[in-house]
Design a protein around this ligand. Structure first.
Ligand code: 13P
Length: 285
């Protein structure tokens, strides 16, 4: 199936109150594993890339691989650029064919963030693409972006005004969630999600998905978090399964790359399948 618009995937999920998993992929192996898992679950899926991955793998190669692999599956797939504070990278990815971008300008004053996000929305529309917005940092450094400090929280009215004025298609609120593994169980401000959804009618993106409980996912999805981001769990499955395989390879002095790749693919697929099922995405494609 060719790639489809992020908005198309998210709007249906928002209306029917299930979550679409947005997995941060790293390379062709992880794209393949996530697509295979979504195909097995018959679920729409968002393939998400950090700026670091875009730079490390190569923007044009990354989108070419995604498009080639998406042709082999029959579920809706969209390509999203995760946290990107750089306007030039945003422009390049939109021109290259990304379906949506998170313009992460939370470090700017809200008024300036709002002005620039409005420009990014106009630019995205020219490419038939969509935009996620953010005014408060999500705690935790991920792929070199972000901070371990909790960011300043904005008043509800400020967030509502930002969403309405900029015309963003999805919004990422800071609700006590954090990137990476949680050091202690997070207390999430679920009411903030309800208030934002009621005031704007716009779907929310739940960041920091790794380590949240099934009940937390279900509750936030039912309140309007239609996009649910998972990065750390994919990275850890990929690397830990590799390490596990390599330890045995070393012990036996038997080195066979294809079995390593198959082992890692299976581990990443398992994590993706579990999250898709948990978010209620199975059988929606
Ligand atoms: P985790 O790394 O905690 O899964 O968060 C992913 C995320 O929110 C990407 O933006």
């Amino acid at each position: 199936m060719p790639v489809v618009s992020t908005k198309e995937i998210l709007d249906r999920a928002f209306t029917e109150r299930y979550g679409v998993a947005a997995f941060n992929i790293l390379d062709d192996l992880t794209i393949d594993a996530v697509l295979a898992a979504a195909e097995e679950e018959r679920a729409p899926v968002i393939i998400q890339t950090s700026v670091k991955t875009v730079r490390a793998y190569g923007r044009d190669r990354l989108i070419a691989v995604l498009h080639a692999m998406a042709r082999d599956v029959s579920i809706p797939v969209a390509m999203h650029l995760d946290h990107c504070p750089y306007r030039d990278v945003i422009s390049e990815c939109l021109a290259a064919g990304w379906n949506s971008v998170l313009f992460d300008a939370h470090e700017l004053e809200v008024a300036e963030n709002q002005r620039q996000t409005t420009e990014v929305v106009a630019e995205a529309r020219r490419h038939g693409a969509h935009v996620e917005g953010e005014i408060e940092g999500i705690e935790g450094i991920e792929d070199d972006i972000g901070s371990d400090e909790a960011s300043t929280l904005q008043k509800l009215e400020v967030a509502v005004e930002f969403i309405k004025t900029t015309g963003v298609d999805v919004f990422a609120p800071a609700i006590g969630n954090a990137h990476g593994q949680y050091k202690k169980a997070p207390k999430l401000d679920h009411q903030r999600v309800t208030d934002l959804v009621e005031a704007t009618g716009v779907p929310m993106a739940l960041h920091g998905g790794t380590g949240l409980s099934p009940d937390q996912f279900r509750d936030l999805i039912s309140r309007g978090c239609a996009k649910v981001n998972i990065s750390t769990a994919i990275k850890e499955a990929y690397m830990r399964s590799g390490l596990e395989h390599l330890k045995v390879a070393q012990e036996k002095n038997k080195w066979d790359p294809p079995t390593l790749f198959a082992h890692q693919r299976e581990a990443v697929m398992k994590v993706a399948r579990e999250h898709i099922a948990l978010f209620g995405g199975s059988g929606r494609a």
